[in-house]
Ligand binder design. Structure first.
Ligand SMILES: Cc1cc2nc3c(=O)[nH]c(=O)nc-3n(C[C@H](O)[C@H](O)[C@H](O)COP(=O)(O)OP(=O)(O)OC[C@H]3O[C@@H](n4cnc5c(N)ncnc54)[C@H](O)[C@@H]3O)c2cc1C
Length: 498
C-alpha cells in the first residue's frame, strides 16, 4: 500500500502511525480539501495493537462516567454499527455477556450496569446463570449471573483498519509505508512544528498527529511533552478451528479485575473461536512472543467460562501489546508549544471501539486550535463508501460462477482452508499489499487450519508475477524476512572461494 512518494512532500496534516486510530483520523480528514499524509513504519497494515486484539466493539459500560474512554466508547460503538455498511467490513452483532460467579461478582455486574447507563451504553440487562446457559449451553454451570449487552459486536479488525485507510486513500490521503518517523522539525524558536524527519527524508506540515501506539511517549518526548509514560502490556491468545467456533455464539467476558477485562471467549467475525488475552507488563515495546505459561493461563481462564474448550483444536497462537498509560485514561491533547503537535496516546482498550469517535474529536481539535494554519473546506468529491474485495467463501454459487466467467482467476483456489481465490490475491496486491503477511491481512490466505503451509508458495508466486520481481525478493513482512533463500538445484556456493 505505497503512497505517491514525493520527496520532501508538503502537507497540511501528517499522521504518525496507521493503526485504527491513524486510519480513522485519516478518513475523517479526507472529508475536507486539505492535504493529509499518513506515515507508517511497518510493511503491512494493521501492524501494532490494531492487528492483535480481541476485535470487540464494546458496549461502553466498563469505564467510569466522565472519563474520555466512557465518552468515546459508546459513541464509537454506535458509529461502527453504521460504518461497517458504509465501508464494507465484517461486523457481527453477537452481543456480549460479562459472567459473574457468586455474590461479590454479581455486585460488580450491577456497578457495570449503572456505569453503562450513565455512559449511554444501550441494550443492557442482567440475566440469571440459567438464562445465560439457555443461549450459551456450553458455559460453566457455576456462573450465577451475567450482564448481557446487545450492542456489543465483533469485527474483523484487519478488514476494519484497512477499510478506513483504503477509503481515506480513495479520497486523496497519501500513505507512506516503511517510513519511520525519527524526529520532529520545528521553526527557529521551537514554538511550532514544521514537519517530521524519517528514514525516507523529511515531510513537512504545520500539524502533526502522534498516533504511534506503544511508541507515543517516545514521539511525544521529541515535542517536549513527557507528561505520560507508556507501559507496554502483552496479551496472549489462542485461535481455534471453525469446527469449534460454535462452542459460543457471542462474546463472553470474565468479571473484570484490577488487571483489566480478564480472559474472554469469543465467536469471531470469521466463525473461529478466540480465547485470551493475558496481561503481562514488559519493557520491550515490540515483543509479541507467546509463552507456554501465558498460553496455559489463557486456556485455564477461558475454561472457567467454557469448560469444554479442546486444546487440540487450536490452529494458532498470537499476542498483542497494549499501550497502557501511567495516567490511566486516553491522553488526547493539542500542545500549546510547540503549536501544531497533537498527542493521541494511551489508546488501550476500548481503543478500537472508540477510534471513529476519537477521530472526529481530533478533527474538531484541529479546527478549533489550528484553524488559522489549516483550512477546513468540505470536499464536494468525498466518497464515503468503499467496497471490500469480494469474499469468495461467502458468495452464492451463481455469483461465484458470474465472477469466474468474467475472470478465470476467480475460479482458481489459492487457499483451500479459507477458499481464497487467485483473483482476491491479485486485487489485494492492486490495493497495495506487498508482502505475504499483507495479502493474508487483506484476504485471509494462511489464516486457516494449515496456517499457510499449502498456500504460501502460491502467494509468493502471484506476488512475484504481479509486482514483476523475482520470487527471491518476496518477504513475509518486509525487511529481511525473505520467503526463499535460493532457487532449487542451484548449489549454494560460499561467498568467497575456499
Ligand atoms: C491484547 C489486546 C486486546 C484488545 N482488545 C480490544 C477490544 O476487544 N476492543 C477494543 O475496542 N480495543 C481493544 N484493544 C485496544 C485496541 O487494540 C487499541 O486501542 C487500538 O488498536 C490502538 O490503535 P492505535 O492506532 O492507537 O495503535 P496501533 O494499532 O498500535 O498503531 C500504531 C501504529 O504506529 C506505528 N508507528 C509506531 N512508531 C512509529 C514511527 N516512529 N513512525 C511511523 N509509524 C510508527 C506502528 O507501526 C503502528 O502501526 C486491545 C488491545 C490489545 C493489545
Amino acid at each position: 500500500m505505497q503512497g505517491r512518494v514525493k520527496e520532501n512532500g508538503s502537507f497540511d496534516v501528517i499522521v504518525i502511525g496507521c493503526g485504527i486510530v491513524g486510519a480513522t483520523i485519516a478518513r475523517e480528514l479526507s472529508r475536507y480539501t486539505l492535504k493529509a499524509a499518513v506515515l507508517e513504519k511497518a510493511s503491512d497494515i494493521p501492524f501494532g495493537a490494531s492487528r492483535a486484539n480481541s476485535s470487540m466493539i464494546h458496549g461502553g459500560f466498563d469505564d467510569s462516567p466522565g472519563s474520555a474512554k466512557a465518552k468515546f466508547c459508546p459513541k464509537g460503538n454506535r458509529m461502527y454499527h453504521a460504518l461497517h455498511e458504509e465501508l464494507d467490513f465484517k461486523l457481527r452483532k453477537f452481543g456480549s455477556y460479562v459472567c459473574a460467579k457468586g455474590e461479590s461478582e454479581e455486585r460488580h455486574l450491577k456497578k457495570l450496569y449503572e456505569q453503562g447507563k450513565a455512559n449511554g451504553a444501550v441494550g443492557m440487562e442482567i440475566v440469571s446463570g440459567q438464562k445465560l446457559r439457555e443461549k450459551e449451553p456450553n458455559t460453566a454451570p457455576d456462573i450465577t449471573a451475567a450482564l448481557w449487552c446487545e450492542s456489543g459486536a465483533i469485527v474483523n479488525n484487519f478488514e476494519a483498519t484497512l477499510a478506513f485507510i483504503d477509503n481515506a486513500r480513495q479520497n486523496g490521503v497519501s500513505l507512506y509505508m516503511e517510513t519511520a518517523v525519527d524526529g520532529l522539525l520545528f521553526d527557529e524558536s521551537r514554538s511550532s512544528v514544521r514537519g517530521v524527519s524519517t528514514d525516507r527524508g523529511n515531510f513537512y506540515a504545520p500539524v502533526i498527529i502522534n498516533a504511534s501506539g506503544v511508541y507515543a511517549d517516545v514521539i511525544s518526548r521529541m515535542a517536549g511533552d513527557d507528561s505520560f509514560i507508556i507501559h507496554p502490556t502483552r496479551g496472549e491468545y489462542f485461535i481455534f478451528d471453525r469446527a469449534v467456533g460454535g462452542l459460543v455464539t457471542s462474546f463472553l467476558f470474565s468479571c473484570p479485575s484490577k488487571l483489566g477485562k480478564g480472559i474472554t471467549v469469543a465467536h469471531t467475525a470469521d466463525d473461529n473461536l478466540l480465547i485470551g488475552p493475558t496481561s503481562v507488563q514488559q519493557t520491550d515495546r515490540d515483543n509479541r512472543d507467546t509463552t507456554s505459561e501465558g498460553l496455559d493461563d489463557t486456556l485455564d481462564g477461558a475454561r472457567r467460562l467454557v469448560p469444554g474448550i479442546p486444546r487440540n483444536m487450536a490452529i494458532t497462537t498470537f499476542s498483542g501489546v497494549r499501550a497502557n498509560i501511567n495516567t490511566g485514561d486516553f491522553y488526547i491533547k493539542a500542545l500549546d508549544r510547540p503549536r501544531g503537535f497533537i498527542n493521541v496516546a494511551g489508546i488501550k482498550s476500548p481503543g478500537f471501539t472508540s477510534a471513529p469517535a476519537i477521530a472526529q474529536h481530533v478533527t474538531e481539535l484541529i479546527m478549533e486550535n489550528l484553524g488559522d494554519v489549516v483550512k477546513f473546506e468540505k470536499d464536494p468529491t468525498f466518497v464515503p463508501e468503499r467496497k471490500h474485495i469480494p469474499r469468495f467463501v461467502d458468495l452464492g454459487m451463481e455469483e461465484r460462477q458470474r465472477l469466474a466467467s468474467s475472470d478465470p482467476k476467480w475460479g482458481q483456489i489459492v487457499c483451500r482452508c479459507e477458499s481464497v481465490t487467485e483473483a482476491q490475491v491479485v486485487e489485494a496486491i492492486r490495493r497495495g499489499a506487498r508482502t505475504v503477511a499483507a495479502v493474508k491481512l487483506w484476504v485471509r490466505p494462511g489464516t486457516g487450519r494449515c496456517q499457510g503451509g499449502f498456500c504460501s508458495p502460491r502467494v509468493v508466486e502471484i506476488l512475484s508475477r504481479e509486482l514483476g520481481v523475482s520470487p527471491l525478493e518476496i518477504t513475509r513482512h518486509g525487511g529481511k524476512s525473505h520467503m526463499l533463500i535460493s532457487r532449487t538445484k542451484e548449489p549454494l556456493l560460499p561467498e568467497k572461494p575456499l
